[in-house]
Design a protein around this ligand. Sequence first.
Ligand code: ADP
Length: 275
Amino acid sequence: YRNNIIRKKSNLLLKEKNNELIKAKEKAEKASNARADFLSTVSHELRTPLNAINGITHLLLEEKPKKSQLHYLNSLQYSGNYLTAFINDILEINKIDSNKIELERINFDLKQLLEDIKNSLIEVATKNKNAFVLDIDPKIPNHLIGDPIKLSQIFMNLINNALKFTKNGKVSIVAKLQDLQEQKAIIQFKIIDTGIGIPPEKLDSVFDSFSQGSIEINRKYGGTGLGLTIVKKLLNLLGSDIHLESHLGEGSCFSFELALTVNNNFATTEPKKEI
Ligand code: ADP
């Protein structure tokens, strides 16, 4: 009889503990949702007037301003662009963190995607006098299924950084087929630069939000300190992770592997279609 009472009591205690845990989890979820909603509202509210500021600055710059005004307008344009990039990055991180991102499954051509990205960044490469090389394994199937917009975001961030932190050097984008099964292509990507490199003590923290090399680096190269956070989060969403090897003064190599579905049914006459 006593044992029965003890068992009942401990069951009751367990139930209470369980309920407490569930309540604490619900409370944390509510707080996290409220934070995400707040961030999203504030960011959207900031974006509207900022678009006006950017638009008017652009118009004024087109009106052939005097030399003295040009300096202020350029500075206004830089700050406007920075704030826009910052707000967009915050919105993106918020969306990923609150599980509001859905992955697309669309037919795409990886080679074309990388060539388009390269073409869109050629100006940055030329400005910094960098050789800019695409090295794509010809064995990679032409038609893959995945989320090309998320992939572009990942590549744009990494390649833009590589070009930004390298002067008179070389930036290579390497895509290598690791394994090809009937439905799946395992591809390894490397973004290699011969730029300023990252000190060993910073190798882990560069992926944290707002982490930047140093105040001097931030002042010299600009940026929001959120790009690599987004890259890591997007890759995690795609079931992968990012690896970094870097030597100060010599350069960096960011690499990751992706398992992409091979589109065996692709009819060449059909336009890109949702699967
Ligand atoms: P940012 O917008 O400041 O570039 P990121 O999150 O993209 O933010 O990068 C964080 C920091 O990591 C950068 O400020 C820089 O110090 C360092 N970093 C990133 N990519 C490179 C690279 N290719 N070479 C050297 N340093 C880099």
